[in-house]
Design a protein around this ligand. Structure first.
Ligand SMILES: *Cc1c(COP(=O)(O)O)cnc(C)c1O
Length: 428
């Protein structure tokens, strides 16, 4: 079946759900036929510079020879095999790499299919840990407002209750506890009052709290906000003081995006449980991982069930693991830290002019993330078209026009991307 672009778009509107989309008033979509380096190729022949890394994932750009080769080699061996009772080199290699790269206490790796599932697994680990210890009521989570942890039910239950996109379901979501959004600013000096409410909630509900869950340093889809390493450091201190587990959701921050390999490295702390996803395969295929400490793993395994009660069909998919191994090796072989620093420097320079616009509330840059926050929500369809017509791929949401380009983007492309963002925003 060869479809014309018109047929393709018509069938798309008839039959396909896109993320957060309507079937009565379907959103405009742009047909992409291929992608290479930092460029997306549209069906009509236009090329767009990619400013989104396909939602934080494509850190090496598209159609990368090393990742292509890893994928093809693995397909010729086996694409998938069940993980129950079977193991294989790609999964073992990946687990070893993740344990080596993440903070010391994290020693066990649970592989799954997507970020949301990695969060479900993390929450389940925390709950099962306390059940195994014979502590019946420690089954709620403490988190902060402004967070985003995914679209499945336990994950929805820790997303921001207002901006986290899931307020419709509040009556069926778990009854978790929310503290204030971390005060904005990576360089903000720490003030003990910043965590006073958080500590009160932790103290007063201590018997019922299994874990704290938070995105380290950068709150992503809940608002792309940055907060200080000291705040995160104190969260770790409070978790220890009140004997609750700390889950760090590194799905967006992992693999270099913030300038450190993981968000927790900014604060030099280790969580009890860590979620990874998004950039783990360089954006090639879906894969996620939940890491935990010996304490958590042994605690669960000594409990009544004797095993951790989870096992997805595609767990440890060899193709995904092989690509993840190649992507991580490639990242470490590159001067990723230099690349991210350079992106940070250029974004700071190029985005600065919009700070003076009356309709702009804030401009912030951290690592390879640049954010223009407006006072009012944008008309997504209209602004999307302007970006495409100007030759860049930027996907704003709400009041945010933001970019997190592939690490391999060249200076010239990045300056063009950022200055085009500024141009479009200036005309709003
Ligand atoms: C994207 C994201 C998730 C969810 O991952 P999916 O792969 O979309 O299920 C969870 N947490 C954070 C911090 C994310 O950025």
């Amino acid at each position: 079946m060869t479809l014309s672009t018109e047929q393709l778009l018509q069938l798309d509107q008839q039959h396909i759900w896109h993320p957060y989309a309507s079937q009565i008033n379907p959103p405009p979509t742009y047909p992409v036929v291929s992608a290479s380096g930092v460029r997306l190729q549209l069906a009509d022949g236009r090329q767009l510079i990619d400013g989104m890394s396909s939602w934080w994932c494509a850190i090496h750009g598209y159609n990368n020879h090393v990742l292509n080769t890893a994928a093809k080699d693995q397909i010729d061996k086996m694409s998938h095999v069940m993980f129950g009772g079977i193991t294989h080199p790609p999964a073992v290699e990946l687990a070893k790499k993740l344990v080596d790269l993440t903070p010391g206490p994290l020693t066990k790796v649970f592989l799954s299919d997507s970020g949301s599932v990695a969060v479900e697994v993390a929450i389940k680990m925390a709950l099962q840990y306390w059940l195994s210890k014979g502590t019946e009521n420690k089954n709620r989570l403490l988190t902060v407002r402004g967070g985003y942890h995914g679209d499945t039910f336990a994950a929805m239950g820790v997303c921001d209750p207002v901006t986290g996109m899931h307020h419709l379901f509040k009556d069926v979501l778990n009854d978790n506890i929310f503290a204030a959004t971390p005060p904005s600013g990576y360089n903000r000096p720490f003030d003990v009052n910043d965590l006073a409410e958080f500590e009160l909630l932790l103290r007063d509900n201590n018997d019922g709290i299994a874990a704290v869950i938070i995105e380290p340093i950068v709150q992503g889809a809940g608002g792309v906000r940055f907060y200080s390493p000291d705040y995160l450091k104190h969260i770790r201190v409070l978790c220890d003081k009140y004997n609750v587990l700390l889950i760090l959701d590194e799905i967006a921050t992992g693999f270099g995006r913030t300038g450190e390999l993981f968000g927790c490295n900014h604060a030099d702390i280790a969580p009890d449980i860590m979620c990874l996803g998004k950039a783990i395969t360089g954006g090639y295929v879906t894969l996620a991982a939940t890491l935990c400490s010996d304490k958590v793993a042994i605690g669960i395994s000594e409990g009544e069930a004797g095993v951790f009660m989870h096992g997805p069909t595609f767990m440890g998919n060899p193709l995904a693991c092989a690509i993840a191994n190649a992507s991580i090796d490639l990242l470490l072989a590159n001067d990723w830290q230099g690349q991210v620093k350079n992106i940070e420097h250029i974004l700071k320079e190029e985005l600065a002019p919009v700070r003076d616009f009356e309709h702009v509330a804030d401009v912030r840059v951290l690592g390879a993330i640049g954010v223009i926050e407006l006072h009012d929500a944008v008309d997504m369809a209209a602004i999307q078209k302007q970006f495409v017509d100007a030759g860049i791929w930027i996907r704003p949401f709400g009041k945010l026009v933001y970019t997190m380009p592939p690490f391999v983007i060249g200076d010239e492309d990045l300056r063009l991307l950022a200055s085009t963002m500024v141009g479009v925003v200036s005309r709003l």
